[in-house]
Ligand binder design. Sequence first.
Ligand SMILES: Nc1ncnc2c1ncn2[C@@H]1O[C@H](COP(=O)(O)OP(=O)(O)O)[C@@H](O)[C@H]1O
Ligand SMILES: [Mg+2]
Length: 332
Amino acid sequence: MISIQNLKICYGPVEVVPDLTLDIERGEFFTLLGPSGCGKTTVLRAIAGFVPATAGNILLDGVDVTRQPAEQRDVGIVFQNYALFPTMSVYDNVAFGLRVAKKKSPEIKASVNRILEATGIEEHSTKKPEALSGGQQQRVAIARSLVMGTQVLLFDEPLSNLDARVRDDMRKEIKRLQRELDFTAVFVTHDQEEALSMSDRLLVFNKGVADQIGTSRNLYSKPATPFVCEFIGASNKLGARTKSALGLDEVELAYIRPEEIKLNPNGAFPATITDIDFLGPMSTVEIRFHDELLNVSLTGTDALKGLEPGLSIKIDINRNKVLCFKDGALIQ
Ligand SMILES: Nc1ncnc2c1ncn2[C@@H]1O[C@H](COP(=O)(O)OP(=O)(O)O)[C@@H](O)[C@H]1O
Ligand SMILES: [Mg+2]
């Protein structure tokens, strides 16, 4: 549905994206994940046609749109503030694009009603955006793009200003609409949890470079680079003495996920608890192992019974679970 081929983007003399190649399937939920300033918005705006490509090509549904202006590209953008017209009703907001396109009024009415129903906001059609909840406004923003027959929707951090509970609901909401209405979604976020939970596939962006493209599980269990390993999920970077204890002296760079360190009374290595961070369903226990502090995650409250800072314990670390890197690439 979207094919990005050797895309290069510069702002004046500054190269933001050196060379990006990427294919996004029809109906896929694809996420660009990376820290602030890495170029996510730039790529999204390039797909939409608001930022020119310095080199390379962008194809939408097989058509090269690299030189096409934004208004000729069949993509919609859902912004963080939804950018709805505040003085217009929900119905008029959704109908706006069709009216501008000079569609006939029975056609407009049929299309708008169909999409309001599909997105579950028909009962609010006469209300102004300010009378709607954030979730409902988001649906209006999505409906407004979909009513134009748009098959590609671009989302630029639409959930990043919301509090945790609302954000969870909105994630599910966007996913539900995407599945039911079957559009192709390109979603931008700096929030790795959001990216892991929503995406069919995601791309981890590191200073304009795609470090890795894959499914959430794939990226978590087989991070291609140390950057991906540190950015996705939590990890302990192992120092020389821990590596040595595990017989991994030769390994350049090694990480272990907190859930792969096991507390076990009969474990192979002695350690000391230094701190306990109670988080409910999953807590973090900090331990001192040789001269290093490592985080161990424990599931449920029972696992914490009898544990307290200062306590001497035994641990097991399965060396096959250690993520080992050489020259910036995963070797195990
Ligand atoms: N219009 C612009 N002119 C010059 N530099 C820009 C412009 N827009 C973004 N940048 C720079 O390009 C880089 C990537 O920005 P952006 O794509 O917004 O990152 P992200 O969305 O990942 O936070 C940043 O260093 C930013 O300062
Ligand atoms: Mg951005």
